[in-house]
Structures are given as structure tokens and as C-alpha cells.
Design a protein around this ligand. Structure first.
Ligand code: FNR
Length: 187
């Protein structure tokens, strides 16, 4: 549940790399947030690998993830593309979040974006991510798609998104996420 002037978004990068372009894309999103929308970036690095034997109780980092997900009005996921799919780190986080008794991803509005060094800007990873998110009952936003290809040209040496078109698409995505969240979880 949210109100039109306070929308808390949890940002997740599927890359653990220190100089990750996907994490940099989340930082660009934080800069471009429309008024009334806030972004908190959650780090997936402390999560252990999913193990069904380690669910009772959930490890501390998993409790933290599940709590943050539950508290967020919406999610913004920046996914890298690894071998035409999402990263193991991102799938691992979704697997932890999907487990009973409560499923914090169910009914959660989600915007997807991604950046790759290749020519296709994570399109294949994003399709897989949509499939997985739909399975766990999350509500991925359809459009606009933010697919940033050839990362070295889109970002400067300090990791700032400098591609004007990509910045515009990202702004459109954030505005669409605000509308989508109002629509699927009205105040
Ligand atoms: C890649 N990369 C990659 N790129 C792509 O466009 N399609 C792909 O299928 C793959 N596959 C792939 C597998 C693995 C294991 C790695 C490490 C990399 C390149 C990828 O786009 C590049 O490393 C990005 O910089 C990863 O995102 P971050 O870490 O910068 O956020």
C-alpha cells in the first residue's frame, strides 16, 4: 500500500562486482527518481547460497532481505546477463525470498532493467527474469524496457550513466513504475 507522495522502492543489482554497471544503473535511477519516490539499494553479497536444509530458521542476511522486500512498495531490479540468463546471485535471492511461510515477492510491483557489455542489453536475461518473477507472484511492469547495451560507451570512467537516451528511458521507467504501483497496490 502506498500514497501518491511516498513510494519506497527497493533496488537490487544482480551483480556483486564492485564496479558493476548494473549497480551503477541503480545509482543513476536514484538520481533520476521523480519527486516522492525514494530508492534504497540492497546488497545481495551477504546472502548464502540457498539450501533447503538452512531454512529453519532463515539465516540473518535472508531475514534482512525478506524484511526489506516486504517493507518496499515496489522493486527495481537491475539484471546483468550471464550466459543468456540472470546471474546466480539474483536467482539465489529470488529463491530465498520465495519460500514460505510468507512470500514477500507475491503481489509486489517490479520494474526490470539491465546493462551488458554486449549488443543486446540483457534482453535474454530480462525475459528469464520476467518468467521467474511471474512464477513467484510478483507483478513485473511490461514497458518501457530499459536495455542498455555496450556498457563502456553508456557509462563514463566514474560509473556515471552518460548516454542521454538511456537516461530518458530510465526516467520513463521510474514514472511508469510509480503509476503501476498505484494501480496494483492503491492506497
Ligand atoms: C557475461 N557477459 C554477457 N553479456 C551479454 O550481453 N550476454 C551474455 O550472455 C553474457 N554472459 C556473461 C557470462 C558471464 C559469466 C560473465 C561474467 C559475463 C558480459 C556482461 O554483460 C558484463 O560482464 C557486464 O559488465 C556484467 O554486468 P556488471 O557486473 O557490470 O553489472
Amino acid at each position: 500500500m502506498t500514497t501518491s507522495d511516498s513510494l519506497h522502492v527497493l533496488g537490487i543489482s544482480g551483480s556483486l562486482r564492485r564496479a558493476s554497471y548494473n549497480t551503477a544503473l541503480l545509482r543513476a535511477a536514484a538520481e533520476l527518481m521523480p519527486p516522492g519516490m525514494t530508492l534504497e539499494i540492497f546488497d545481495l553479497a551477504p546472502l548464502p547460497l540457498f539450501n533447503q536444509d538452512a531454512e529453519k530458521p532463515f539465516p540473518e542476511a535472508v531475514v534482512e532481505l525478506r524484511t526489506r522486500l516486504a517493507q518496499a512498495d515496489a522493486l527495481l531490479i537491475a539484471t546483468p546477463e550471464y550466459n543468456s540468463s540472470i546471474s546466480g546471485a539474483l536467482k539465489n535471492a529470488i529463491d530465498w525470498a520465495s519460500r514460505p511461510p510468507k512470500q514477500p515477492l507475491a503481489g509486489k510491483p517490479v520494474a526490470i532493467m539491465g546493462v551488458s557489455t554486449g549488443n543486446f542489453g540483457t534482453v535474454r536475461a530480462q525475459l528469464h527474469l520476467r518468467q521467474v518473477l511471474t512464477h513467484v507472484g510478483a507483478l513485473p511492469l511490461g514497458k518501457p524496457e530499459v536495455l542498455v547495451a555496450r556498457a563502456e560507451q553508456a557509462f563514463d570512467a566514474e560509473g556515471r550513466l552518460v548516454d542521454a537516451a538511456a537516461r530518458g528511458f530510465l526516467q520513463d521507467l521510474l514514472a511508469a513504475l510509480a503509476r503501476w504501483t498505484q494501480r496494483v497496490s492503491p492506497a
